[in-house]
Design a protein around this ligand. Structure first.
Ligand code: RBV
Length: 429
């Protein structure tokens, strides 16, 4: 057992009762729009697939995530959870979760680096048999500091692009010592959460934070992966003029063929009104770009970590810095231009004060996949070696079918003749 003094959220809040009540109210609202999680929860309650297991989680602790946490707990697991970003936790939801007899929540909004990692250690102190991560901080901490726990870990699941990227790098180095499902990469996650979820929630958060319009703006989207595609499409739908920057030639071409302007960041910097990074890489907007920007631009990041916009360089350039609005920091440069950074350059759809994360419906899909991945790991863990694993296609389809049924959408099935045709090769003109 590892030592930890970091207290659960219930020991950190003053008005615990009202926080719990409000958190529960948010969760009830989310649950009403999460038919997939409801479906799996009913199955888990009946079958108790996680009895005796301990699940450690580091995720954005807000209402939808809380429904996933409860779903796992009601399947018999003891769950310890903390945040995966210092600004994305809703303390009231964290407090509501912490009342559940099978759940301990350490998540708190506004923690510093030290508290953030102390809370991760507190989760690890529960000696998880399964880990569920968003960004891989839990897997990293276990491998680096508590390798003795690895033997007792059946496996894990990872929610996001950046986490899967880190895991694959770790796997390539031969350093990943237990199996982890790449939840991010499965169609029921990536085609919806990354595209529609990031697109809608990033734009909504920026609009609510600034009270400014998209119409007629030059919106620079850095990165045309799944998240960038969603942001570009939705910004275009709000009558913005979308400019895409890319480093990958086929994606640059894809964006061009979609009708967006494609240009290097050095050129986009001169014309953009709003800049939104979605690359997952560091140093995407740096000093040479700040030098060229127009007065009053908005800078925001939708990638998992706050490394895409070089805020240190911006701070060095600035002669003054102040909070222009809740969630907006204005950096004033020597020539009088002001560059406005939203949510400290942290992922804007979760970290701005008004942010609520992705819409409920897409998180129901992502978390439905998470839930069945945990079930799969416990039922068939022996089949998965240490390393990164794709989500089995049958599980992805299972979740799609539950969702379609909940939406009342019927669809076709192949006939036997069609099956035979698709499986054969000896037919032509
Ligand atoms: N994400 N979670 C939420 N709980 O409101 N919103 C987005 C929420 C996840 C999403 O799946 C993405 O992959 C990850 O956050 C980035 O950290």
């Amino acid at each position: 057992m590892t030592d930890t003094e970091y207290p659960p959220i219930s020991e950190q809040l003053d008005d615990l009762e009202s926080a719990r009540e409000e958190g529960r109210r948010k969760m009830d609202w989310a649950a009403q729009h999460m038919p997939i999680c409801e479906h799996v929860r009913e199955e888990f309650v009946a079958e108790q697939p996680f009895a005796g297991e301990r699940i450690g989680m580091a995720m954005h602790v807000e209402a939808k995530t809380a429904i996933l946490v409860e779903t796992l707990a009601e399947g018999g697991a003891e769950v310890a959870v903390t945040g995966c970003n210092p600004l994305s936790t809703h303390d009231d939801v964290s407090a509501a979760l912490d009342t559940h007899e099978n759940i301990t929540s350490y998540a708190k909004r506004g923690v510093d680096d030290e508290e953030y990692y102390a809370a991760i250690e507190a989760v690890i102190a529960h000696e998880p048999t399964i880990t569920v991560d968003d960004g891989m901080d839990l897997v990293a901490a276990i491998h680096e500091d508590y390798p003795e726990l690895i033997d007792g870990i059946v496996g894990g699941a990872e929610e996001t692009t950046t986490g899967v990227h880190r895991l694959r790098a770790m796997d390539a180095d031969g350093a990943l010592e237990y199996p982890v499902f790449a939840v991010n990469d499965t169609p029921m996650k990536r085609l919806f959460d990354n595209v529609h979820g990031t697109g809608e929630s990033s734009l909504a958060s920026i609009a609510m934070t600034t009270n400014l319009s998209w119409a007629g703006k030059n919106v620079v989207v850095a990165g045309y992966g799944y998240c960038g595609k969603g942001v570009a499409k939705k910004a275009s739908g709000q009558n913005a003029n979308v400019i895409v920057t890319e480093v990958e030639p086929r994606r640059a071409l894809e964006a061009h063929m979609e009708g967006y302007e494609v240009m290097p960041m050095a050129e986009a910097a001169e014309v953009g009104d709003v800049f939104l990074t979605t690359t997952g890489n560091r140093d995407v907007i740096v000093e040479e770009h700040f030098e060229e920007m127009k007065d009053g631009v908005l800078l925001a990041n939708a990638g998992h970590f706050d490394i895409e916009i070089d805020l240190e360089a911006l701070d060095d350039l600035a002669v003054d810095r102040y909070e222009a609005r809740d969630g907006v920091e204005a950096y004033e440069l020597a020539d009088g231009r002001k560059l406005n950074v939203i949510a400290e350059g942290r992922l804007v759809n979760l970290a701005a004060p008004v942010s609520l994360g992705h819409p409920v419906e897409v998180m129901d899909q992502s978390f439905g996949i998470q839930a069945v991945c945990v079930r799969e790991m416990l039922e068939n863990g022996d089949e998965y070696d240490a390393g990164v694993h794709d989500v089995p296609d049958e599980l992805d389809k299972e979740i799609a079918e539950i969702k379609l049924e909940a939406e009342g959408v019927d669809f076709d099935s192949l006939t036997d003749t069609q099956h035979d045709y698709m499986d054969s090769w000896d037919h032509g003109t």
